[in-house]
Ligand binder design. Structure first.
Ligand SMILES: NC(=O)NCCC(=O)O
Length: 409
């Protein structure tokens, strides 16, 4: 090893130590933005924020004054409450990230009901803050047990009008709020088939519709195809009292055409309820959502659960590494991205939280007018390529340098 290599190895060693602190923090800070705001001089932080987060219609993001009742709930129940303003104020949108409430060894029904109890004050805080549209994390009513491949966790699955939906319908009515509820669905009309589904509850407590996860991961410990298959609901956009919304569930965020399809159907906000861990996806997390918002001229609300969920029986990832009983750390970091390339700072890496942002949905149209991405998209080129690509006799369009295949003299 030369000196340079030694230095790099030493740095990596230090990094491994500091980034794997057990509490899920980044060197003791709850988020990247917190780390930067505390350690940079104010004028440097302002400049770094401008580049990292962007501007809201040319101006820095401002704080919204939220009611004392919402703040009191946040300190009593120990969850973060962050407020960001985009102007002019049209729709107020909330995202909730949370850890599970009981160990995975507790009776399953107790686990689910404890999550209900944990979420109550957070949803009340969203209601007290006047949130119009609220989205929960992927499979919010259970631990993310799909790493285990054990079938007992199927017991968490519920029909679309099941207990979790009824729990949220009350809040939708109480606060005149649209709620997106991603659950493990049991399709009782189709042989009890399971799906990973987001249910859209209207502001009158009615069920507007559902969307089933389109892309199912087969990566690392995310063995979800043991439980459910690729969704069969297409790319629906739900027209609600507060705007046109869609849901791109977790792993679907790695598929640009999935984002595109929701945009083509007219979405103004696309939510990405997720469950993902640091070791696997953290460097991708802030990039993919922000890029989708820019490319498709809509807002994106990204939500990830928090904490480490440990399961009774160890499992392997099929990668030769030792068996283990947890996925690793779900790193939270929920945030919003806007079509003008700005984004909010993220919620904590390790703490429950409610992120609230006001957004002017006119920005979607303004950005289409300004950049013309839709107008210049040349979809016919891609439709033609895809049609050919799908045929078994497809040949890639590659033009080789003829010199490559000449015998050397
Ligand atoms: N829940 C889920 O689809 N996770 C897959 C891992 C990832 O996409 O980061």
């Amino acid at each position: 090893m030369d000196k340079n290599e030694e230095e790099i190895a030493a740095q990596n060693g230090n990094l491994e130590e500091s980034s794997s602190t057990k509490d899920g923090s980044i060197c003791g800070y709850e988020s990247l933005h917190h780390l930067l705001s505390v350690n940079l001089k104010p004028h440097l932080y302002k400049e770094v924020s401008r580049l990292l987060i962007g501007l809201n219609c040319g101006k820095p993001l401002e704080l919204i004054a939220l009611p004392e009742a919402a703040k009191a709930l946040s300190s009593k129940h120990d969850f973060d409450l962050q407020e960001l303003l985009r102007e002019p104020q049209v729709v107020r949108v909330g995202l909730i990230q949370n850890s599970v409430a009981l160990p995975t060894t507790a009776p399953l029904l107790d686990q689910k009901r404890a999550i209900f109890q944990k979420l109550k004050p957070i949803i009340d805080s969203a209601g007290a803050s006047g949130v119009n549209i609220l989205c929960l994390q992927e499979a919010w009513m259970m631990p993310f047990a799909f790493c285990t491949r054990e079938k007992r966790w199927c017991e968490f699955a519920e029909p679309v009008d099941g207990e979790s939906t009824r729990f949220l319908q009350e809040y939708a009515r109480k606060y005149n709020m649209v709620i997106i509820s991603p659950i493990l669905e049991r399709d009782v009309n189709h042989g009890e088939t399971l799906w990973n589904t987001a249910i859209i509850i209207g502001n009158h407590g009615n069920i507007i519709g559902k969307h089933r996860k389109n892309h199912i991961p087969r990566v690392g410990d995310f063995n979800e195809s043991t439980y459910y298959m690729e969704g069969n609901t297409g790319h629906p956009v739900f027209e609600t009292a507060y705007g046109k919304i869609a849901v791109n569930i977790c792993y679907g965020r790695h598929h640009p055409m999935n984002w595109l399809a929701f945009g083509l159907n007219g979405a103004e906000i696309v939510f990405n309820p997720s469950a993902t861990v640091g070791e696997l996806s953290e460097p991708m997390w802030p990039i993919e959502a922000r890029n989708a918002a820019i490319a498709n001229s809509y807002f994106v609300g990204s939500i990830n659960r928090v904490g480490t969920e440990t399961f009774p029986n160890p499992f392997t990832s099929g990668d030769g590494k030792p068996q283990h009983a947890d996925f690793g750390h779900f790193y939270g970091s929920s945030h919003f991205s806007a079509p003008d390339a700005s984004c909010t700072p993220s919620l904590s890496r390790y703490k429950d939280g409610l992120l609230i942002s006001d957004m002017d949905l006119n920005l979607c149209r303004q950005l289409k007018d300004k950049w013309g991405f839709r107008m210049t998209a040349r979809y016919e080129l891609y439709a033609d390529l895809l049609a050919r690509y799908l045929k078994p006799d497809f040949e890639p369009q590659v033009i080789s340098d003829p010199l490559l295949h000449k015998k050397s003299l």
